[in-house]
Write a protein that binds this ligand. Sequence first.
Ligand code: ATP
Ligand code: MG
Length: 267
Amino acid sequence: MSDKENKKTILEISNLHAEYINPQNTTEKIPILHGINISIKEGEIHAIMGPNGSGKSTLSSVIMGHPHYKVTKGEINFFNKNTNKLENIVDMPAFERARIGLFLSFQYPAAVPGLPVSQFLRNALKTLRNEEISVKEFRKEMNDSMDFLKMDNEFAKRYLNEGFSGGEKKRMEILQMTLIKPALAVLDEIDSGLDIDALKIVSDGINSLIDGKRSFLLITHYKRLLDYVKAENIHVLAGGKIIKQGGFELVDILESKGYDEIVKEAQ
Ligand SMILES: Nc1ncnc2c1ncn2[C@@H]1O[C@H](COP(=O)(O)OP(=O)(O)OP(=O)(O)O)[C@@H](O)[C@H]1O
Ligand SMILES: [Mg+2]
């Protein structure tokens, strides 16, 4: 067997259908995902591209278990590092999914006034690792990661995302990821709003975690992120369905043709 065939499957999404349920009026349901199939093996880097409103952020929320979205059909199987088994996680709460190795960086990270970054990160790490971390040990880990991401250590004292610029919020997401070191990171438009230098720094942060075991699902509109972080598997999402899958060459085809033409070709 080749090395690739030997690799275990980390995420297997099959025939996934999901809808948004309005929490204020639970009879209001909007079907958004209409049969998604994606399979990710350990160490693989995948990217989802697709027009605005195609369901990319919805898919990432559904993978992470956002309570406003309901899976109506299909499965999300994830390799649980604690049980060493591929398990259907559709009914698992979000915090449990984080515990077994899933991480999602938000397209629009929320601000939490009153919660200092350092407190948030230390609590998150304690909960996810299920062990105490001394303040000294934590500070060292956090400061090393902040230095790597060229973030001023003063950020640790600020309230989470409160008044952060677009680019600072994205760096904050990557800081969380580099500390948590998830088995699978789903990064929703981590490149949006970044200047050229910040894009390089954020990409370095992602690349620093690549070790042949961890897997990534990048959601992006542009090739520029994929020039730094090499995704070998590209999925095009449109109208809640994967309409095309391919290798890196698909990114160039998308850039030259545009989504419109690819969507028409797929119909
Ligand atoms: N909470 C919600 N309330 C109402 N509609 C929603 C909600 N969440 C998603 N939708 C709808 O589902 C569709 C998919 O939205 P989604 O945010 O997943 O798209 P996207 O592919 O991430 O787009 P973008 O590239 O603009 O980020 C859109 O038409 C959106 O309006
Ligand atoms: Mg989105």
